[in-house]
Every structure is written in C-alpha cells, then in structure tokens.
Design a protein around this ligand. Structure first.
Ligand code: GDP
Ligand code: IMO
Ligand code: MG
Length: 434
C-alpha cells in the first residue's frame, strides 16, 4: 500500500471524515483535492467532536502533514476561523498544514453572485450551502479567478480584485440585488489575511510529488460525493468540482500512475441535502426514523438531510466511474432497530427496468425504485469490534450489498468513534491499508 483515495460513493456525508481520520494513522500526508467549506466532515475522537470543513481530517494526528490542494477553493475567513478553533483544541495546525499556491480564493461577492440563481422566485434553486463555492469555480474556469499566489502578490491582487469586484457588482446591480459591499474594507481585510496565510503556502504539487518519490504515503480525501460531482453527478443538482476519483489527480498535481487504490465510502442507507432527484427517498415514517437514529442534519447548514434506502444502481454507477477497489459501509448501527430493510435494486423508467444511471434530470426525477427486502437484525451493533461478531442478518445484509453491487465491502462502521470500525480480515481493503 502507498497512496490511496477515500471518497464519497453517494451524495455526500457518508462518513468520509471519520474514515480518513482513522486511516490517516497509516499515512504520512492527507491531501484534500476539491470543494471548499461547503464540506463538513465530523470526526469523533475519545468523546471529542471536531467538524472539519476545509482542513483535511488527517490534521487531528500530531505530526501528520495536511495538504489543501490546488483543486480546493478557499475562503480565507473560513480557513482562519477553522485554524483558530483547531488551535484552541491544542492542534498544531500551522506546523502541519500546507496550502496550495494554485488554490482559488472565495470573496464575499461570490456569495452575492450565488443569490442571482439561488434566491430568485422564477428559477429552480440547487439548494446550495450559500458559501460562494459555485461562483468561485465559475471564475476559475472563466480564467479570471484569483489564486492564493495572486493573493500574496499585492500589485497582482489589486488588479485582479478590481476586475473581479467590478464584474460582480455589475451583475448584482443588473439583477437588482442590494450588494452593500464595502470593497475597500474587503480589500484591506484580504491583504491582512494574506499575511496570516502566507507561511503555510507553497507549491503543494511539488511537496506531494517529492514526498511520494521519497517513499512517503499520501491519503487523498474527497469532499462531497460522486453523485454531486460536476460531470458524473445528478447535474445540475451537483456541486461545482470534481469529487470523483479523477479529481484527486487534477486537484493535487499527482499523476494517476501514483495512485494505488480507491476506496468508496457509503452509508448502509442513503441521504441527500439540497434539491435534486433522489429515487430511493423515503418520505414516510421509515425516512423519519433513519433521520432521527442517524442524526441526519447537515453539519454545515443544519438542514435536515433527506433519507432513503441503499440504492444499488447508484452504487454500481459510482463504483464504475471511480473504479472502487473496496467499500466502507458506515452507519450500519442506524439500521439496528428495523424489522425489514429495503434496498433499491433496480430503476423502472417509463415502464422499463434498468440498472443504469440516466443522464437527463427529467428521467432521474421519474425513476420508480424497485425494492427488495432483507431481514433486519434487531440487535445493537455499536460495541461490536470484529466483523465475525456482527449478527448473522447484518452480515447477510452486507453480503447482499456485495452481491448486488459487485464491490467488496472491506470495512464496516457502527458508530461515530474511531474505535467503532472493523476492517475485514483477508479483504482487499486490509491489503491496501497494510
Ligand atoms: P462526511 O461529510 O462524509 O465526513 O460525513 P459527515 O461528517 O457530514 O456525516 C456523517 C455523520 O455520521 C457524522 O456526524 C459522523 O460522526 C457520523 N458517523 C460516521 N460513521 C458513523 C457510524 O458508523 N455510525 C453512526 N451512528 N454515526 C456515524
Ligand atoms: P461533505 O463533504 C452533502 C450539496 C449542497 C447542494 C449542492 C451544491 O460534507 O460530504 P454547493 O454549496 O456545493 O454549491 O451546493 O451540493 N453539498 C453537500 N451535500 N455533503 C457535502 O459535503 C456537500 N457539499 C455540498 O447541499 O445540494
Ligand atoms: Mg459532511
């Protein structure tokens, strides 16, 4: 084992933070490759709870390097606030964190621009996290964005800031949005924050490649989930970055030939935050039971997460686009009280059965899920530490998921703490991590 990617196999919030934190022990560096502070990765260690947004979950291990790669978009306010919170908890963030000079910078006017599409009564809102993520990536792809390297170079900063802020104000006024932005104050604020960030900034692609050449191990941490990926997700109800495995390479500057394995994280059921199609959503009592038992409320916005049953066609699709070597199934314990567990095994679209993933949003919205049921186990699983000790019906459920998805389940999680995780002996996952 050397370099692995851990990423979300559903619509986000699969428990990536917990898993990355646990696996980080075996790696030298943990690198985030996309997204921004729209992510919320909750990690629980010995009763202490941390919510990481921008900073890779590996930061909680003293001495490990944490890298924010070029594919990430950074709001300096959010970054500095997160650093302060972690430092207050005794973590040596400035000693461990490296920030890419090629990552892009989020400004308050990016949040303003987001209102143009999200807050208008005549448009379909995506239900974003309102963090300015999409507009910042728009500027990146539009080749007018500001990178961290520009933020640190005052003359370049001044020019780019003027261009960007003028454009956004023009747009805001055209849409009759009250901007109320004090651009002089924002400019000075960003210059001040640039100096606080400067010591942590470097060419992280060089750092990672040098480390790999020297035999160090890198764990790549995905944010969001594959179904929120800008290319492969339920477009347009997606985020604006490449959450799928390919993003780990473009988002860090590490070549695909240096990646040794790809691990997908999936809940034992499924959730989604925000708008968009959700074939196996349960609008009834069971969905509510899952939400309560799984505490399914967004860690960034506090919104209730939409809940539903494990979706096999979706997982087969995300396994295909990512090439998962093995899966981690989290939150199995949330299903402990259920008599019967439903699994969506196929889609019916306009009367035709399919296990493929339609591209068109209109078709995705019309999917009728086809369910099979498996027996529940009705036994608490959160204190079980060996896979073999899980109730037979729980192992049966995992075997059912393996058979239907064609993917190995190499790890099962039955609680939020590091200790509540079991890696299956003899699995491909165990080999990749050894
Ligand atoms: P992420 O964004 O993928 O890192 O996931 P989140 O942190 O947003 O959401 C996952 C939530 O489930 C967090 O509150 C975790 O502490 C919690 N969690 C993770 N694994 C388990 C598990 O196996 N069982 C239970 N009950 N909670 C878990
Ligand atoms: P983690 O890393 C779940 C969703 C938002 C919205 C859509 C676009 O914790 O799994 P954005 O603000 O990114 O432009 O919003 O994506 N979304 C997430 N949902 N988990 C996340 O991150 C998410 N990050 C964004 O709710 O539907
Ligand atoms: Mg989350």
């Amino acid at each position: 084992m050397s370099n692995l990617i851990v990423l979300g196999a559903q619509w986000g919030d699969e428990g990536k933070g917990k898993i990355v934190d646990l696996f980080a022990e075996k790696f030298d560096i943990v690198a985030r490759y996309q997204g921004g502070h729209n992510a919320g990765h909750t990690v629980q260690v010995a009763g202490r709870r941390f919510v990481l947004k921008l900073i890779p979950s590996g930061i909680l291990h003293p001495g490990k390097r944490a890298v924010i790669g070029n594919g990430v978009v950074i709001d300096p306010h959010a970054l500095l606030e997160e650093i302060r919170t972690l430092e207050d908890a005794g973590i040596d963030v400035r000693g461990q964190l490296a920030i890419s000079n090629r990552a892009h910078v989020i400004f308050p006017f990016h949040r303003l621009a987001e209102k143009v599409s999200e807050n208008r009564p005549d448009r379909v809102a995506i239900g974003t996290t309102s963090r300015g993520i999409g507009p910042c990536y728009e500027d990146k792809i539009g080749r007018r964005g500001m990178r961290i390297a520009d933020l640190l170079n005052p003359p370049v900063f001044d020019t780019l800031f003027r261009y960007l802020s003028e454009d956004k104000q023009t747009i805001a006024r055209a849409f009759h949005l009250d901007d109320q932005l004090d651009l002089d104050a924002i400019r000075e604020d960003y210059k001040r924050m640039a100096e606080q960030i400067r010591p942590m900034v470097c060419d992280t692609a060089q750092l990672l490649n040098d480390a790999i050449r020297a035999g160090r191990r890198v764990l790549f941490e995905g944010a969001q989930g594959t179904m929120l990926d800008i290319d492969h997700g339920t477009y347009p109800f997606v985020t604006s970055s490449s959450a799928a495995a390919g993003g780990a390479c473009t988002g860090t500057g590490v070549a695909p030939t240096k990646i040794d394995g790809i691990l997908g994280v999936s809940k034992a059921y499924i959730t989604r935050v925000g708008s968009g199609p959700f074939p196996s959503e349960d609008h009834g009592e069971d969905g509510e039971r899952i939400r309560k038992a799984g505490n399914e409320f967004g860690s960034v916005t506090g919104r209730p997460r939409r809940c539903g049953w494990f979706d096999v066609p979706l997982l087969r699709y995300t396994a295909m686009v990512n090439g998962f070597d093995s899966l981690i199934i989290t939150k199995l314990d949330v299903l402990d009280p259920f008599d019967r567990i439903k699994v969506c095994v196929a889609y019916r679209v306009h009367g035709h059965l399919t296990t493929g993933m339609p591209a068109e949003n209109a078709l995705l919205e019309q999917i009728e899920p086809v369910y099979e049921e498996v027996p529940g186990w009705k036994t608490p699983t959160s204190s079980i530490t060996r896979y073999e000790d899980l109730p037979a019906a729980a192992r049966g459920y995992i075997a059912f998921l393996e058979e239907k998805t064609g993917a190995e389940v190499g790890c099962v999680s039955t609680g939020p703490d590091r200790t509540q995780t079991m890696i299956r002996a003899g699995s491909r996952m165990e080999k990749l991590l050894s």
